[in-house]
Design a protein. Structure first.
Length: 202
């Protein structure tokens, strides 16, 4: 990155504002300098623009496409856009811009991280640590089996009443998200253990 780019008066004023008024950390300031510097370098190379006051949303979207092509992650692109959003907001507040070009730019969607899954061997080891002779141990093991084998949610499980279990059709009725009822199938083995637990607790 060419650090001379950041010597533009408007950029220098913004960075001073972050440092002395907002009191951003040195790490955050470095990130802002890097991201804004990269954008300015792109503007100069592709559009022969040397300041941010002449930027439109088209230039920003073009840079986003460039970053995607370079393999930059959506999370990093979102961070870079956050830096641009801040500096354009500053420019508008200082009267340097009539409108913020970022208002027409949407950040890339961040993919949701999938939850880690338990391996069968992990579950078996967990079961080995729980006995079945004590009623409470039996109940705890049954709860874990229900979680693992049916995918039932905790909020659904704690609301189950004896009348919700359909023994003949091997299923249980639960109240899911949005107070919507759903039917969860149960194996004969699980139903047998539920029956054993009901006898234990009476």
């Amino acid at each position: 990155m060419n650090n001379d780019i950041l010597n533009i008066d408007s950029c220098r004023s913004f960075l001073n504002y972050l440092q002395f008024e907002k009191r951003y950390s040195a790490h955050t300031l470095t990130s802002y300098k890097t991201d804004i510097g990269q954008f300015l370098a792109y503007l100069k190379e592709i559009y022969e623009l040397d300041d941010l006051e002449r930027v439109s949303h088209i230039h920003i979207r073009s840079w986003m496409i460039h970053l995607v092509g370079e393999g930059v992650s959506p999370k990093s692109i979102t961070r870079k856009l956050s830096a641009l959003r801040s500096i354009f907001k500053f420019f508008k507040r200082m009267g340097m811009l009539s409108s913020n070009p970022m208002s027409k730019v949407n950040p890339p969607r961040l993919g949701k991280k999938l939850p880690d899954t338990l391996r069968k061997s992990h579950i078996e080891k967990l079961f080995d640590t729980i006995g079945i002779d004590d009623p409470f141990d039996f109940r705890n093991r049954l709860i874990i089996e229900l979680f693992y084998l049916t995918g039932i949610r905790r909020s659904e499980l704690i609301q189950i009443r004896d009348g919700d279990i359909d023994w003949s059709n091997q299923q249980v009725k639960v109240l899911g998200k949005g107070n919507k009822e759903r039917i969860i199938p149960l194996s004969a083995g699980i139903l047998n253990k539920i029956g054993q637990w009901q006898k234990m607790k009476t």
